[in-house]
Design a protein around this ligand. Structure first.
Ligand SMILES: C[S@@+](CC[C@H](N)C(=O)[O-])C[C@H]1O[C@@H](n2cnc3c(N)ncnc32)[C@H](O)[C@@H]1O
Length: 281
């Protein structure tokens, strides 16, 4: 079959679900992945043919995209901070705003001595593993309640040739930690159930709800619990840093203030939304 016919079928089948540019970007990613060819292969060889097995792969991906499966799950990986991370249905796909958290932390960590880092709710491991890459001398621990997520984080650490510690724990039922840390960072579940209505089907129907949602009644549940735990397990002068729901910037700052944290900062992400809160113990 001609690859150009596959491209046409992608454009026609997906045009009611996505805009044309997005469909082309999916198609080109799949060309690179399935054929190990450059994305512009059709410009050089307009009659490029693919075999039956390859046609099957494209058809399967087309069906998956039609049902809004994220392209990252179809490919099985994504890029985050220029590192490659495996992703699957048990982990959240790392987001660009989470890269902003890493840029922010990277600038802070240049000014302080950091030997031990804990990433709570690590998912794919994208935060902790990127920090280990940036600060190789630090001992980094990755915590998650999901065994499947931790397995993926472990694979990602190995794939990037980085050593980390894995902690299988439910932070909401954790009363103490085995170590004290210089940095505790977390991007915990922060979307209220009431926000489901405005969410895109690729996120709502395919990403793990354990990673996304928190109750409408207590949206700061994870922040309160982690901030209290961090009071006992951050070294003096150590840093606590959260990714937050843009709707709860002031509330998160107030929570940390009540718990007597110092130098509390609320920082915007690249989209101009309240996204990061940091504080010093
Ligand atoms: C928003 S995701 C963040 C994933 C990753 N850190 C990132 O930034 O892409 C939240 C993570 O918290 C984990 N999680 C949910 N409840 C938890 C709990 N009670 N204790 C520890 N981890 C939990 C989920 O499994 C998920 O991996």
């Amino acid at each position: 079959m001609k690859l150009s016919a596959v491209k046409q079928s992608f454009l026609e089948t997906l045009n009611s679900e996505y805009d044309g540019e997005e469909v082309l970007s999916f198609f080109y990613c799949l060309v690179e992945e399935f054929l190990s060819e450059k994305r512009f292969i059709l410009h050089i060889k307009p009659d490029f043919e693919i075999d039956e097995k390859q046609v099957f792969k494209f058809e399967k991906a087309l069906g998956d995209l039609k049902s809004h499966l994220p392209i990252q799950y179809i490919l099985g990986y994504t890029e985050f901070m220029s590192l490659r991370f495996k992703v699957n249905s048990s982990v959240l796909i790392p987001r660009p705003e989470t890269e902003d958290l890493i840029y922010y932390l990277d600038s802070c960590l240049k000014k302080r001595e950091v030997y031990r880092i804990l990433d709570i709710g690590t998912g794919s491991g994208c935060i902790g593993i990127s920090l280990k890459y940036k600060v190789p001398r630090a001992q980094v621990s990755l915590m998650d309640v999901s065994k499947e997520a931790l397995k993926t984080a472990e694979e990602n650490a190995k794939m990037n040739d980085l050593e980390v510690e894995l902690l299988h724990s439910d932070v909401l039922n954790t009363t103490s930690l085995n170590n004290s840390y210089d940095l505790i960072v977390s991007n915990p579940p922060y979307i209220r159930n009431l926000e489901k209505e405005v969410m895109r089907p690729n996120v709502l129907n395919h990403e793990p709800h354990l990673a996304l949602f928190v109750s409408d009644e207590d949206p700061l549940l994870f922040y309160r619990k982690i901030a209290m735990l961090a009071r006992d397990h951050l070294n003096l002068g150590g840093m606590l840093c959260f990714e937050i729901n843009e709707a709860f910037g002031e509330e998160t700052v107030a929570l940390l203030d009540e718990l007597e944290y110092k130098q509390i900062e609320l920082i915007n992400d690249r989209f101009g939304k309240n996204r990061i809160v940091s504080a010093i113990r």
